[in-house]
Each structure stands twice: as structure tokens, then as C-alpha cells.
Design a protein around this ligand. Structure first.
Ligand SMILES: [Zn+2]
Length: 330
């Protein structure tokens, strides 16, 4: 009896050891066969604008170079783009079709990873802006009242000075879809207000939100599927991307979760990230992102991260749950 129980215990133990490699959310069979690259915005939707460039053009340049670099480093990997020209996806004439088109291309290509490239903005005018400040006061004679009640009065009038405020914010951040609906939507909206980034085209973010109805049964099913199958991998790749930027000396704001404005990530049936490669609202970072040197560096940083990610998921190393990946900002 004891021996039987012991044998059973051993069998169960071996089963668990064995199954830990073959069960769970991340089966051993993950192969990065197809990578979908999504250059943010395009055509009717320029995204944010800097002093010398529009987001849609910078994201396209970097995306095309990223595709080339991936093919060069991983010749067996297929690269699919959601767009390769300055046009809306599938020549859509509205944001709804444009965003759905991106998800549709990714899903039809049976992508194993979806990488959306965007540029950030502080939502201040590009480069910087003038503000006024009070530098002193002076006595000033003014008239108050109307008609027969009109009289003179001395007031203390402020003296203003205009000064230039430069947009100094620079750096990168990578977004993943916020899995689980345990936190209410207000939190996500607050996060967006705080960080002020441009994820969806800010002028049409309401339309972008409408483009993906999150209350539909289909969207809920997708969210559950994403959480079970893709969330941990998305978090892992996003973390590696940000680590890669930080190692290259860029300011990294880390990995962030959202569920507003990035619904295209959840609509793709694969691990998905949205990389904000830098701020077009800062003059120097905009120049960097428009230069060959800057674009090549950004691409190399992402491909280095991709190599680490590929080695881990294809090498059957278990992906830690996102909750154990402490780089993720909740
Ligand atoms: Zn954008």
C-alpha cells in the first residue's frame, strides 16, 4: 500500500515536472514565423506633428527599416506590414476601417507577434511655446464705472514678460493591452491624461475608441483569449524592448498597460505591443528620429529585444506571468 502510494506520488511528481514544460499558457510550440509590423497612422491621419515631420512619416520610415532588419537577422521569419505607403490601411476613408484593417491584416497573416510603431508628444506645440509670467507691478490709471458714475482709479497693474518654454520631455515607452477588467475604465483614462502621450491620434481618439466596441460579446471573448494566451508574452517582449532602449542610453518610461486608444492590440489574435519610439515634441529627439543614425539605432534596439524574446519563447524557457515581471506599470 505504502509502495503503491509512493509510486503514485512519484508518477504524479514526474507528471507535474513533465507537464510544466508542456502545459499552461505557453506551450512549447511557439515559433516566431510571422511578425506583423504596423506603422502608426498614415494617409488621412498624420498623428502628432513635430517641427519638421509628421508622425505617420517617421513611423513608416522606422517600420520599413525594422522589416528589413528582421529579415536580415532572422531570414526564416516572414514580415508582414499593415501599410508600406503614406495611405490609410486598405485605402480606408475613416478611422474605424483603418484600425480594423490593421487587425484584419495581422489576423489573416496569422502573425505570431504584432509590433505597432508610434511617436510620442507632450501635446504642447512642437519644440516649445511662450508663456507669460509676472515680473513686477506698476501704478496705472484706469476708468471705472459707466456714464455719470465714471471715475478715475489707480490700480496695481502686473508687468508681464514672455518666456520660452522648451519641450524637454524625451524617451520611450511601450504599451500592452491591459488584461483583465478588474480595474475600472476611469483608471485607464486617468493614466492617459497624466502621461499625455499620443497613442491614438488625439484629434480623433473618440472615433478610435468607437472603432472597437469593447462591450460587444466578441470583444469580451477576445479580451479573455488575449489575457490567457498573449498577455504574458506581450509583457515580456515589451519589457525587453524597453530594456534595450535603456541599455542604449535612451530615457525609458517602461512598459505601460492601457485599454483605451490601443484596442488594435487586443483585436489582434497574437502577442501585441505598441512602441512609442520617442517624442516629436522635443526638437532634438525629433531630429534624432528623422536621422538615419537615430532610425537605425531604434531599429537595432528593437531587433536586439526581438532576438532575446525569440530565444526565450522558441527555446522553451517558460515565460513568467506578467504579474511577476516587475517592470510593468499597473
Ligand atoms: Zn501615434
Amino acid at each position: 500500500m505504502v509502495r503503491t502510494l509512493f509510486g503514485l506520488f512519484i508518477s504524479v511528481f514526474i507528471f507535474f515536472i513533465f507537464s510544466s514544460f508542456h502545459s499552461g499558457n505557453h506551450p512549447a510550440a511557439i515559433k516566431l514565423r510571422t511578425i506583423v509590423i504596423d506603422p502608426g497612422h498614415g494617409g488621412l491621419y498624420p498623428g502628432t506633428r513635430g517641427l519638421i515631420s509628421a508622425e505617420k512619416d517617421v513611423t513608416l520610415d522606422i517600420s520599413l527599416k525594422l522589416g528589413e532588419a528582421i529579415k536580415a537577422r532572422f531570414p526564416n521569419t516572414k514580415v508582414v506590414f499593415t501599410r508600406t505607403t503614406d495611405a490609410c490601411v486598405n485605402n480606408a476613408d475613416n478611422l474605424h476601417d483603418d484600425l480594423h484593417g490593421r487587425a484584419q491584416i495581422a489576423n489573416q497573416a496569422k502573425g505570431d507577434l504584432f509590433i505597432s510603431i508610434h511617436c510620442n508628444s507632450t501635446r504642447q506645440p512642437a519644440g516649445g511655446y511662450y508663456e507669460k509670467r509676472v515680473i513686477g507691478h506698476k501704478k496705472k490709471l484706469v476708468y471705472v464705472g459707466k456714464g455719470s458714475k465714471k471715475r478715475k482709479k489707480w490700480i496695481n497693474a502686473p508687468i508681464y514678460e514672455s518666456y520660452w518654454v522648451k519641450n524637454t520631455r524625451v524617451g520611450t515607452e511601450t504599451y500592452i493591452w491591459k488584461a483583465g477588467k478588474q480595474e475600472n475604465k476611469n483608471d485607464a483614462i486617468n493614466e492617459r491624461e497624466e502621461s499625455g502621450e499620443d497613442v491614438a491620434d488625439s484629434s480623433s481618439s473618440a472615433a478610435a475608441e468607437e472603432a472597437f466596441d469593447l462591450t460587444s460579446p466578441e470583444a469580451r471573448m477576445r479580451a479573455t483569449l488575449y489575457e490567457k494566451k498573449y498577455f504574458d508574452n506581450s509583457a515580456l517582449f515589451a519589457t525587453m524592448v524597453e530594456e534595450s532602449f535603456a541599455a542604449a542610453g535612451r530615457q525609458s518610461y517602461g512598459v505601460k498597460q492601457r485599454d483605451v486608444g490601443i484596442q488594435v492590440l487586443q483585436a489582434t489574435g497574437m502577442p501585441s505591443v505598441l512602441i512609442e519610439v520617442g517624442f516629436l515634441s522635443n526638437k532634438e529627439e525629433e531630429e534624432y528620429l528623422n536621422s538615419n543614425k537615430g532610425q537605425d539605432e531604434v531599429v537595432e534596439n528593437i531587433v536586439d529585444a526581438l532576438e532575446r524574446y525569440k530565444n526565450q519563447v522558441e527555446g522553451n524557457v517558460p515565460v513568467p506571468p506578467a504579474s511577476a515581471q516587475d517592470s510593468i506599470r499597473q
